[in-house]
Write a protein that binds this ligand. Structure first.
Ligand SMILES: [Zn+2]
Length: 701
């Protein structure tokens, strides 16, 4: 409690560690048991609960014209009752709003509020066509929503506002309403509906669009503050690695980043939740981040009213926590007929509450920086991606590198390209760049200085070949750092190409019994200053029919990699898309090659090593009481498809953790609730973990 009191000057959400949301529906006023919900959330020891206020449907007796009262509200004030129920239990109440849709009577009364197609028709919702999309550039966002917020501020002791579905981090929308036509007149034309930075109108629209998002965010935050300086507006973000909107810009207006990354489907790997934490941290840098965990089965297809597998939800909550986000447990529907999810939330949240101090992170412990190349993620595409049947996208490079980082059990942070500067890179021994093709001059200059000052670098494929908008440069902007020049256009994608081992080198010395390694699907042909390559390109040749499968050019002098040392720096440059090819193929040699290269540029004696069986992800934090090492166990047949049904425990892990001069007196495994034996010598704490079921947190104090 002392720590809480010390923080009285910081906003309430900065110390939040648990959050809940009950997303009720229009009919719920008929049946919803307010006290039972209050008791449930209190039993989870949540700091805050999100409660549906209004927007599409008002759950209180609103007086704002065109603000549709729930047709089942009757004489009830469900929102008011819920807020009061939370307040009686000392839980903060945040009004959950929706600004994206409104009813037909509003469309008739205020046609200017709504998005329009090219032909002027409004845009009904696909599943609920009696609702129509509102336009962010209209006065619905600057007058109607503010009127609703102010009404709620006036009548209820809320601690903030959250908008469902807006602004999101995804692609821009193009609308043809009157307000938007005025913008097009200013731009000098209508922007394309698809993301396309080769179109100058798109570039201008992107700026105008981001400016509007930030203006609306500031306006709504200011309205939240009218009631109470500690109140806050929080928008809906998320999307994991996939982002189009400028996250750095958003982080400058967002006091609190809510990542609406609720679950996965299809072949999405389990670790995308932890990736979301890394992306959000790359811009929030220690400020509040929440992540919504859908307790319902939000796969494809989607089931809103049954629970997802308990083990899946637990690992989602675990990743949220491990990556430094605050878990926000979300259920839909006020009168559940499936209550299996409740115990999952109860158990996990109470465990966090019991060990709260160890989840107060000060800073991450990591020695590798992975560039989060947002403009490449947002804007870059290869010509082949427009062919029918093409799967994947610009995050595949980062996904492949990430996979190698997991398999190699490395400790790393994401650094957002907009935050790339000398100070941000200072703590890292190496910077890893997964095809940051679109990279600004400023970023390139920071990377050059970092390497010239002794930092090490790994980069792939077209990194720095284009500026931040995608204008091609004559060569890699970082050619001098890579020790390689681009001498032609990208070759590929084509399978059945190889790299040939030409010379001994630490990166490839442990490949035994072969002189051929799988090659990248696409590559930039390069010329180097030195004549000898460690790995050379064997160009693609037919893979079918077997009679034709032999190399037409078995040997070339074209380098498939450049490994060089300059002062204290080590540089590994792969002109092929080895990271993306690794991800698409799942090939172990390519992952191994990337891991070896990362190990070589980082050098010996890692900050933290965890040695043992299994596929894990590790995070380490300096916490208020000491350190916390988080280990997530992904060793599971459902790690890349389907929900995790159960955990498969992994065995003994040998851990070394470099703590420097700090004396560690106690070590606890918080999930298993045990004390651990350890040794401390020469600034390194070493210990053995007997095993890990789903998730373990080792607190060093
Ligand atoms: Zn519009």
């Amino acid at each position: 409690m002392a720590a809480e009191a010390d923080k009285s000057s910081t906003p309430w959400y900065a110390s939040m560690r648990r959050c809940g949301q009950i997303n009720y529906n229009e009919r719920d006023p008929l049946t919803m048991d307010v006290e039972a919900w209050g008791d449930y959330w209190a039993s989870l020891k949540v700091d805050a609960v999100l409660l549906n206020g209004g927007g599409i449907v008002a759950f209180y007796p609103t007086q704002v014209p065109y603000h549709h009262r729930s047709q089942f509200l009757g004489t009830r004030d469900l929102f008011g009752e819920m807020v009061a129920a939370m307040k009686r239990r000392s839980i903060r109440a945040v009004a959950r709003m929706d600004c994206n849709l409104a009813y037909e009577d509003a469309l008739k009364g205020h046609p200017e509020w709504f998005e329009r197609n090219r032909d002027g028709s409004p845009r009904p919702h696909a599943e609920s066509p009696w609702l129509f999309s509102t336009c962010m550039f209209s006065t619905y966002f600057t007058q109607q929503m503010p009127a609703i917020y102010r009404e709620i501020n006036q009548h209820y002791p809320v601690d903030g506002f959250f908008t469902n579905g807006w602004p999101s981090t995804g692609p821009l929308r193009v609308c043809y309403c009157e307000s938007c036509h005025r913008i097009f007149d200013q731009l000098g034309g209508v922007p394309p509906e698809e993301t396309d930075t080769s179109n100058l109108l798109y570039r201008k629209y992107y700026q105008v669009y981001m400016d509007r998002v930030l203006d609306i965010w500031r306006l709504w935050d200011q309205i939240a503050h009218e009631k109470n300086p500690q109140s806050v507006y929080v928008g809906n973000l998320g999307g994991g690695l996939n982002t189009v909107k400028d996250l750095k810009g958003i982080s400058q207006v967002a006091a609190w980043f809510n990542a609406d990354h609720q679950g996965r489907s299809g072949d999405t790997p389990i670790w995308v939740c932890a990736q979301q934490g890394r992306v959000a941290n790359s811009v929030m840098q220690g400020r509040t981040i929440t992540n919504v965990a859908g307790a319902y089965a939000n796969a494809q297809p989607n089931w809103r009213h049954v629970s997802k597998a308990s083990a899946e939800l637990t690992l989602w909550l675990a990743q949220t926590t491990a990556s430094g986000m605050v878990p926000w447990l979300h259920w839909l529907g006020g009168s559940p007929q499936d209550t299996r999810w409740r115990e999952v939330g109860h158990s996990f949240f109470n465990w966090i509450a019991q060990n709260q101090a160890h989840f107060r992170n000060r800073t991450s412990v990591a020695e590798l920086a992975v560039l989060y190349p947002q403009r490449t993620v947002a804007f870059y595409s290869r010509p082949e991606s427009h062919r029918p049947g093409y799967r994947g996208g610009p995050v595949d490079y980062l996904q492949g590198l990430y996979y190698a980082l997991l398999e190699g059990r490395f400790l790393f942070d994401f650094v957002h390209e907009s935050n790339l500067d000398q100070a941000a890179l200072k703590k890292y021994r190496a910077l890893l760049i997964p095809n940051a093709a679109y990279l600004g001059d400023r970023q390139c200059e920071v990377i050059r200085s970092y390497v010239n000052d002794g930092g090490s670098l790994l980069a792939t494929f077209e990194t720095s070949r284009y500026d931040e908008w995608g204008n091609a440069r004559p060569d890699f902007q970082l050619a001098d750092i890579f020790g390689a020049h681009a001498v032609g256009e990208v070759i590929g994608p084509c399978g059945n190409s190889y790299s040939r081992i030409e010379a001994r080198h630490p990166v490839i010395d442990d490949f035994k019994g072969t002189v051929l390694l799988p090659g990248a699907e696409s590559r930039v042909p390069i010329r180097t200053e030195t004549s000898s390559a460690v790995l050379s390109v064997v160009p693609a040749y037919p893979a079918f029919p077997p009679e034709m499968v032999y190399p037409r050019t078995p040997h070339t002098t074209e380098p498939a990699a450049v490994f060089r040392e300059a002062g204290k720096s080590r540089i590994a440059f792969f002109p092929g898309d080895v990271d993306r090819t690794c991800w698409r193929s799942g090939d172990d040699d390519l992952s191994h090659l990337l891991q070896n290269a990362i190990n070589w540029i980082r050098g010996a004696d890692p900050l933290v090593s965890v040695v043992g069986p299994g596929l894990i992800e590790i995070f380490a934090w300096e916490t208020e009481p000491g350190y916390a090492l988080h280990v997530l166990n992904y060793t599971n047949p459902n790690a890349t498809h389907g929900y995790i049904r159960r955990s498969y425990a992994i065995g003994r892990q040998q851990v070394r953790f470099r703590v420097g001069n700090r004396t560690i007196r106690k070590m606890q495994a918080l999930r298993s609730g045990t004390s651990l034996e350890f040794q401390q010598r020469d600034g390194i704490v070493s210990f053995e973990l007997a095993g890990i079921v789903d998730y373990e947190v080792i607190a060093l104090t």
